[in-house]
Design a protein around this ligand. Structure first.
Ligand SMILES: [Fe+2]
Length: 190
């Protein structure tokens, strides 16, 4: 894939703001994308602007750069892109990747996989993400804190920051994870 370097541009949302309703509202998607995601892009550009040595680095390298602010914002950009592209509204023609579909089947189906994400979310405190990620031929479900970026092929990505769900579900994280699964694991039937 083409390497992305400074100045960074936000990628387009692959669906309309209201496409994820009734699971995630238009207000939630719009705020999350326009304010939070684009905010990470702006903050990353500000950090790199102040530090010219970083300007030749691609965004993946910046996410692993070791500088707290730069890796935080670069991770925030990449993580949100994985999150948004991992939602599949019913009107969307995109489909799960073959690897993701195979992992759903391996996990015992969409409902069983949803329960695994729910279990992880119940045990996770604070802000971060739950991932299903394939590394060295093995897929595992794990959590990461804050905007830490995960290496490997991401199959599923659930944003557990309160900004992802507070407008719709207040502090009911479990209800949100169930709603997220309806969008991210689209073989769940209504
Ligand atoms: Fe987020």
């Amino acid at each position: 894939m083409h390497e992305r370097c400074y100045p960074f541009e936000p990628i387009p949302l692959p669906y309309g703001y209201d496409a994820c309703e009734p699971y995630l509202s238009e207000e939630t998607i719009k705020t999350h994308y326009e304010k939070h995601y684009k905010g990470y892009v702006s903050k990353l550009n500000e950090c790199v602007e102040k530090n010219p040595v970083l300007r030749c680095m691609d965004i993946e390298s910046l996410a692993k750069s070791g500088s707290e602010a730069v890796s935080f914002y670069a991770g925030g950009v990449l993580n949100h892109e994985l999150y948004f592209s991992g939602l599949f509204p019913v009107t969307d023609k995109r489909r799960l990747s073959p690897e993701a579909a195979a992992f759903v089947e391996y996990s015992g189906g969409a409902a069983a996989l949803t329960e695994k994400f729910l279990d992880m979310s119940r045990n996770f405190k604070g802000s971060g993400y739950i991932w299903a990620v394939c590394r060295c031929g093995k897929t595992e479900i794990l959590c990461s804190e804050d905007q830490q970026h995960i290496c490997g092929k991401v199959l599923f990505c659930c944003d557990l920051w309160e900004h992802a769900y507070y407008l719709d579900y207040r502090n009911d994280r479990e209800k949100y994870v169930r709603a997220w699964a309806r969008l991210a694991i689209p073989s769940i039937s209504d």
